[in-house]
Design a protein around this ligand. Structure first.
Ligand SMILES: *Cc1c(COP(=O)(O)O)cnc(C)c1O
Length: 478
C-alpha cells in the first residue's frame, strides 16, 4: 500500500516512511492511494478473532512493507488484557474494548481502559511499539517534543516510556493541571521521559514547541519529532475498534450499526470513515462536538470555519476544545474524489479568509447520503444533565466527553439500528464536573490509588525557548 498527500504534491511513499512523519512536504496529510476492501467471508472469519488478531488483519492491509511476522508480534505485544484492564470490568479485559449495553440498541463502546484511562491509549500504545521497531531497523533515534494540557501528553509518555531510541520532552503549564493529571505524568521515573513544567499557560508551552520546531537546524540535529493527532498510524489503529464494536453488537453481516463519536481533531471519527470505506456495514457516523462546534457547523451547513483563539471556548470536555479539526482535511480529500489540487485550493482559502464554503458544491450532500455523516453539539448544561440521566436510568457513570456523544446520539437513534456511543475517557479524569453533575466522587480504579503521593520528576522552567533548547541538548548529548 502506498501513501500520497491530500494536497497532491508528494511522491508515493510506503507505510514505514510516513510512520515517523508529521505533515507531508506540501503541507498536506498522508492518505492511502485506495482503501482495501473487506469481503463478506473475511468479515465472518474476523468475528471470532481476538482484538490483537483483528488488529493484525486490518493493519496488515495498510502496513504492507512491514513483514507479517513482525507486525503480528507488535500488535500482540500491544493489545493485551494487562495493558487494557485499568478501568472497569476486569473480567472483560480480554475484550480490550468491551461493549456495555444500556438498553436495546443503545451501547457504550469502552475505549478508555488503557494506562491513562483515555481512548488515546488505543493508538498511542501501538505507536510506541511501532516507533521502537522502526528506529531499531534504521539504527536511529527520535526525540519527541510536545505540549500538553493533559490527555495527549500522558498517553504519549505511557506509550514511549522505556522504549529504546525514543525520548519524550513534554511541556505542560506549571500548576494548571489537576493533581491527578500531574501525578499521572510526573510520577513516571523512566530515564527517557522528561517533563517540563512551564511557568505560563498551555499556549505558552505550545508556542515554545512551535519556536523550537521552526528552528530547522536544531530540529534536524536533535532529531525532533512529534506524535500529534495527524499521524496516519494513530488514525488507522483506531479503525480496529469500529470492527470490534460492530461484531459485538451484531450477529450477522447484513446488520448495520451507527456510531456517535466525541470529536475534536476528527481523528477518532475519521477512523470510523476508514472502516466504513473498507466495507464495514456502518449506517451513520455521527460527530458530536461541545461548544467548539467547528465540525457540527460543517456537517449542517457546508461551511468549514476555523475559530480564532478568542472564539475557542474552555469547556468541561477540554479534550475537544479545538479551533480547527486537523484530520478533517482527510475526509474532504475523499469527498472531493481524491482531488489534491482542489483540497489545496480550499486550505489556501482557510489560510487567507478563515473558511471555505462547500454548501453549493455538488459533493456536499454526499457527506450524509454517501458517507453517512451526521453531527450535533452539546453544552455544559447538556453534559451535566446527560451524566445525571445516564446514571439514573442505566446505573452507568460516564465522563464529560462521552456525555457529549450520548446527548447527540439520542438525536440520531433509529429503530432497529444499534447505536454505539464511543467512550473516550473514564469519569475519574474529569472528576470535578462529574461531581458537579451527580454530587458524588467518581470512582478511582485501584491501580490509581494514592498516585498523588508518589515521588514526582519534573523540571520547572520560565517561558524561554533557549532554556528549553539547552535542556534538550544536554539530555540528548547530540
Ligand atoms: C482526544 C480526545 C477526544 C477527541 O478525539 P479526536 O480524535 O481529536 O476527534 C475526545 N475525548 C477525549 C477524552 C480525548 O482525549
Amino acid at each position: 500500500m502506498q501513501y500520497v498527500s491530500t494536497r497532491g504534491g508528494s511522491a508515493p511513499q510506503e507505510f514505514s516512511q510516513i510512520l515517523l512523519e508529521g505533515l507531508a512536504v506540501d503541507g498536506g496529510l498522508a492518505m492511502p492511494v485506495s482503501y482495501p476492501k473487506v469481503t463478506d467471508a473475511e468479515l465472518t472469519a474476523w468475528r471470532k478473532l481476538s482484538y490483537a488478531d483483528l488488529a493484525f488483519k486490518i493493519l496488515s492491509k495498510f502496513a504492507t512493507d512491514i513483514p507479517a511476522d513482525d507486525l503480528r508480534a507488535l500488535v500482540k505485544k500491544t493489545y493485551t488484557a494487562q495493558v487494557y484492564c485499568n478501568g472497569r470490568n476486569p473480567a472483560q479485559a480480554n475484550e480490550i474494548t468491551p461493549l456495555t449495553t444500556l438498553e436495546k440498541d443503545l451501547h457504550i463502546l469502552e475505549l478508555s481502559n488503557g494506562p491513562t484511562l483515555a481512548f488515546k491509549d488505543m493508538a498511542m500504545q501501538l505507536l510506541g511499539n511501532l516507533f521502537e521497531y522502526a528506529l531499531a531497523k534504521t539504527n536511529s533515534e527520535l526525540n519527541i517534543l510536545g505540549a500538553t494540557s493533559g490527555d495527549t501528553g500522558s498517553a504519549a509518555e505511557y506509550a514511549m516510556r522505556g522504549k529504546r531510541g525514543v525520548r519524550v520532552f513534554m511541556l505542560s503549564p506549571h500548576g494548571k493541571m489537576s493533581a491527578f493529571q500531574r501525578a499521572q505524568m510526573y510520577s513516571l521515573q523512566d530515564e527517557n521521559i522528561f517533563n517540563i513544567a512551564i511557568r505560563g499557560m498551555f499556549d505558552d508551552a505550545q508556542d515554545i514547541v512551535k519556536a523550537v520546531s521552526n528552528d530547522h537546524a536544531f530540529k534536524a540535529r536533535q532529531k525532533i519529532g512529534t506524535v500529534n493527532s495527524i499521524n496516519w498510524a494513530r488514525v488507522l489503529a483506531q479503525a480496529v475498534y469500529y470492527f470490534k464494536g460492530y461484531f459485538a453488537a451484531t450477529t450477522s453481516n447484513d446488520q448495520q450499526v451507527s456510531f456517535t463519536v466525541p470529536s475534536g481533531n476528527f481523528g477518532n471519527v475519521l477512523a470510523g470513515h476508514i472502516a466504513r470505506q473498507m466495507g464495514l456495514p456502518i449506517r451513520r457516523l455521527v460527530a458530536a462536538t461541545n461548544e467548539n462546534n467547528v465540525l457540527d457547523e460543517f456537517f449542517r451547513t457546508g461551511v468549514y470555519r476555523v475559530r480564532k483563539s478568542s472564539e475557542t471556548y474552555e469547556t468541561s470536555s477540554p479534550s475537544m476544545d479545538i479551533s480547527k479539526a486537523s484530520n478533517f482535511e482527510r475526509f474532504v480529500y475523499d469527498l472531493l474524489g481524491q482531488d489534491g489540487a482542489a483540497v489545496k485550493a480550499l486550505w489556501q482559502q482557510v489560510d487567507s479568509q478563515g473558511y471555505f464554503d462547500l454548501s453549493q458544491h455538488p459533493a456536499f450532500p454526499e457527506t450524509a447520503s454517501r458517507y453517512g455523516f451526521g453531527s450535533g453539539c452539546s453544552t455544559h448544561a447538556d453534559r451535566l444533565q446527560t451524566i445525571r440521566e445516564t446514571q439514573a436510568k442505566y446505573g452507568v457513570l460516564i465522563d464529560t466527553h462521552t456525555a457529549d456523544a450520548m446527548k447527540v446520539a439520542q438525536e440520531w437513534r433509529e429503530p432497529g439500528i444499534p447505536m454505539l456511543v464511543l467512550e473516550t475517557a473514564l469519569p475519574i479524569k474529569f472528576a470535578e464536573t462529574v461531581k458537579e453533575a451527580t454530587g458524588q466522587a467518581a470512582p478511582r480504579p485501584p491501580a490509581f490509588a494514592g498516585i498523588e503521593d508518589l515521588p514526582q520528576r519534573c523540571e520547572v522552567m520560565d517561558v524561554n525557548v533557549q532554556t528549553v533548547k539547552d535542556f534538550i541538548t544536554q539530555r540528548t548529548g547530540l
